[in-house]
Design a protein around this ligand. Structure first.
Ligand SMILES: [Zn+2]
Ligand SMILES: [Zn+2]
Length: 405
């Protein structure tokens, strides 16, 4: 059942393994036409791209920020105008429902483009975010620029989703880091730069998957090491000389050098805790059983292609803050959800396809920004029978069925 395909986006060959095909067959979903990397990039665009744009609230003119890339003609409102206008019925979430004879994906796209956007407020010179420009949800920060979802940060520039940072620049999903630049999913790291998935490292640069190390440069998967460059040990003086030479390279040349070294390494099967059994290509995982390509994840069973996922089973292609999810595929940012497909930002949701921003919903197909909805298609409510009939029409139209060829 294992088969090779060519990715329609990047044209590289990729593999569909037996367990993956079995999962898709059980859920009556088509085999992927894009490689895992392109699929990951596509679904992550739904939730968390390092992008914002300034707008003025269409109602009151107050400046607001919009985090996700949007088409420019959608109306943008500040939080208080949104509440006010919704209460008075002046704006509402559109509920077009399904129209026969028009492509479902076009109808979904039209629905998304007809929604108003709620912008995030600027928080400048407030008690919580001193001198903080363009910040959002950021208690106790100071001198913060272009930042989102921070907490207890000082002098943080252009950062996202950080907890307890200090003098940090461009860091994503990192916790308890100090004086560091460009870190992704690291914790307890200081005086470091360009780290990915590192823990408790100091004075390390361009490293990934390293733990408890210091003075390492361009390394991968090290434990308790000091004075290493490209995974090779040096004495202290030579280390500084060599690093100095490397740092004198133009930055893109340096990055190329680091990348070409890392490409010689196997995918790191490192940082594992707890019970790990019957897994292939995992890193930074704990209590992981029967998984294939899982990163930065814990308590997971029978899954594949996971990034930042916790307490989840029988699911494939999930990324960005997924918690307590089962039987789901190609989703980002969801929690307490079951049987969700091609969707993002879901909480307490079951049996959902092509939907975003749902809360406590079941049986929704192509819906956006709903809560407590049941049997909805393109935001309109139907009876169970109508719902089943239309969903089966749409699934046929877009070929949403398993096909072993
Ligand atoms: Zn690809
Ligand atoms: Zn307003």
């Amino acid at each position: 059942m294992e088969q090779k395909r060519i990715c329609k986006t990047c044209t590289k060959e990729f593999l569909i393994i037996r367990q993956e095909a079995e999962f898709l067959k059980a859920h009556d979903l088509p085999l992927p036409t894009e490689c895992p990397k392109c699929r990951k990039e596509k679904r992550e665009k739904w939730v968390s791209v390092p992008y914002y744009k300034e707008y003025k609230c269409f109602n009151c003119g107050e400046p607001v920020l919009v985090w996700l890339k949007q088409t420019d003609n959608r109306p943008v409102y500040c939080h208080s105008c949104t509440t006010k206008l919704r209460k008075s019925g002046q704006i509402e979430i559109p509920k077009p429902g399904y129209k026969k004879g028009i492509s479902f994906l076009k109808q979904l796209n039209d629905l998304v483009n007809s929604l108003y956007i709620v912008g995030a407020p600027y928080r400048e010179n407030t008690r919580y975010a001193e001198n903080a420009i363009r910040s959002y949800e950021c208690p106790f920060t100071k001198n913060t620029v272009d930042s989102f979802d921070l907490s207890k940060c000082i002098n943080t520039v252009n950062s996202q989703h950080i907890i307890t940072a200090n003098n940090c620049v461009d860091s994503t999903f990192s916790t308890r880091i100090e004086y560091s630049v460009q870190t992704i999913s690291c914790s307890n790291c200081s005086n470091s730069s360009y780290l990915t998935y590192c823990n408790s490292c100091t004075d390390c640069h361009y490293c990934d998957n390293c733990n408890d190390s210091s003075h390492c440069f361009g390394c991968s998967g090290l434990r308790n090491k000091k004075y290493y460059i490209f995974n090779k040990q040096y004495d202290k003086d030579t280390y500084y000389e060599e690093v100095n030479d490397l740092l004198n390279l133009p930055h893109n040349e340096l990055l190329e050098k680091v990348n070409s070294f890392k490409q010689t390494l196997p995918i790191p099967a490192t940082i594992q805790d707890g019970d790990i059994s019957n897994c292939k290509y995992t890193s930074n995982v704990a209590n992981c059983t029967n998984c294939y390509y899982a990163f930065d994840s814990y308590n997971i069973q029978n899954c594949g292609y996971l990034w930042h996922v916790g307490t989840t089973s029988d699911s494939w292609d999930l990324s960005n803050m997924v918690r307590k999810t089962t039987n789901s595929y190609e989703c980002s940012d969801l929690a307490h959800s079951d049987h969700c497909y091609y969707s993002s930002k879901l909480f307490d949701v079951t049996n959902v396809y092509f939907s975003h921003d749902l809360y406590k919903c079941t049986n929704c197909f192509g819906c956006v920004k709903l809560h407590d909805a049941k049997y909805h298609i393109l935001n309109k409510g139907y009876t169970k029978d109508e719902y089943d009939e239309i969903v089966s029409l749409i699934r046929d139209e877009i070929n949403l069925h398993y096909d072993s060829n």
